[in-house]
Design a binder for this molecule. Structure first.
Ligand code: ASP
Length: 315
């Protein structure tokens, strides 16, 4: 188990438990697995950065490489950016063994804290043979979600994680773990977006949101600040304000790839519907903040927009 912080480690007094303390508070874990704990960081997930992603991914690969008998790895993490870290690991961890991310919505001293149950469920999933080959999993509230599909949908409640369009992969029941589907895109051992050994810093790819009456100031500023690619969080279907459309067309024809995503949570953004303009990439069903991660990895090496589109469509 690699502990990174988050509410699962939080206490009402404001302190943070270590990973070892979180595990020690759940005696039932010893019936399921022998757990070794590594303290990676102790931060709320709003402070997680691409640098954490790179180090965490490399560490997970290293730990798997060093121990052929290791069943799986649990990552405890705050829920706010868990889906981003999970998707990054889904694309970069080179294994078919389970990597399971676990967090909680209530801190460890809250009445009815959900962390202990979530961690116990996560460990049960990680030691399940059927979890192999399903990529990085997010386990909360007795549900098993794919890193690619899951999103935090509620600011407060324990059933915050939802895979709206495609549904959860499975559930954690009292008697056993039940899987009902597997991700249909490339990930982990079969991903074509692994971290390159020489990568120290990932390319800068900001997400710029559209809104009614947008004059495209922020989009142009992103370009002027040297972005390697830009994700536009547009409206339904990838439609954008007139000024934003004009700005992204200029930016894309100047050689900086622009990916059109949508702020609407369901349904694909399709290039054929938007006219497949030169220099543009279309998010499909990836939300903007996950499409950004894919581009950051893809642009470790030069890639044209056709290649970027192929990677979006397959991962
Ligand atoms: N503040 C928390 C975080 O680290 C929220 C949580 O974990 O639920 O994301």
């Amino acid at each position: 188990m690699i502990a990174t912080g988050g509410t699962i480690a939080g206490q009402t007094t404001g302190g943070q438990l270590t990973g070892a303390q979180i595990v020690a508070a759940i005696p039932q874990l010893t019936d399921v697995a022998r757990i070794e704990v590594e303290e990676f960081s102790r931060v709320g997930s709003s402070a997680i950065t691409p640098d954490h992603w790179v180090r965490l991914s490399r560490r997970i690969n290293e730990v798997f490489d060093a121990d052929a008998d290791l069943a799986g790895i649990i990552v405890t993490h705050g829920t706010d950016t868990m889906e981003e870290t999970a998707y990054f690991l889904h694309l970069t961890v080179e294994t078919s063994r389970p990597v399971v991310m676990v967090g909680s919505m209530r801190n460890s001293s809250a009445v009815s804290a959900d962390g202990p149950a979530n961690l116990l469920s996560g460990v049960r999933v990680a030691v399940t043979e059927e979890a192999h080959g399903r990529g990085v999993l997010v386990v909360l509230n007795d549900e098993i979600h794919s890193a690619r599909d899951v999103r935090k949908m509620d600011n407060n409640r324990v059933d915050t994680f939802v895979s709206r369009e495609w549904g959860a992969l499975g559930i954690v029941d009292a008697d056993r773990i039940v899987f009902r589907r597997a991700p249909g895109t490339l990930h982990t051992a079969l991903s074509q977006l692994h971290l390159m050994p020489e990568t120290t810093e990932l390319p800068d790819v900001p997400v710029v949101a559209d809104f009614a009456g947008n004059d495209a100031r922020l989009l142009r500023a992103a370009r002027q600040n040297g972005a390697r690619a830009i994700v536009v969080q547009a409206f339904g279907g990838g439609r954008a304000s007139p000024a934003v459309r004009e700005a992204y067309t200029e930016i894309a024809s100047g050689g900086v790839p622009v990916l059109l995503g949508s702020r609407v949570p369901e349904g694909r953004v399709m290039g054929s519907v938007r006219g497949n303009e030169a220099g543009l990439v279309y998010a499909g069903d990836l939300p903007p903040h996950k499409a950004r991660i894919l581009l950051m990895l893809a642009l470790q090496r030069p890639a044209n927009t056709a290649e970027l589109q192929r990677l979006v469509d397959t991962h």
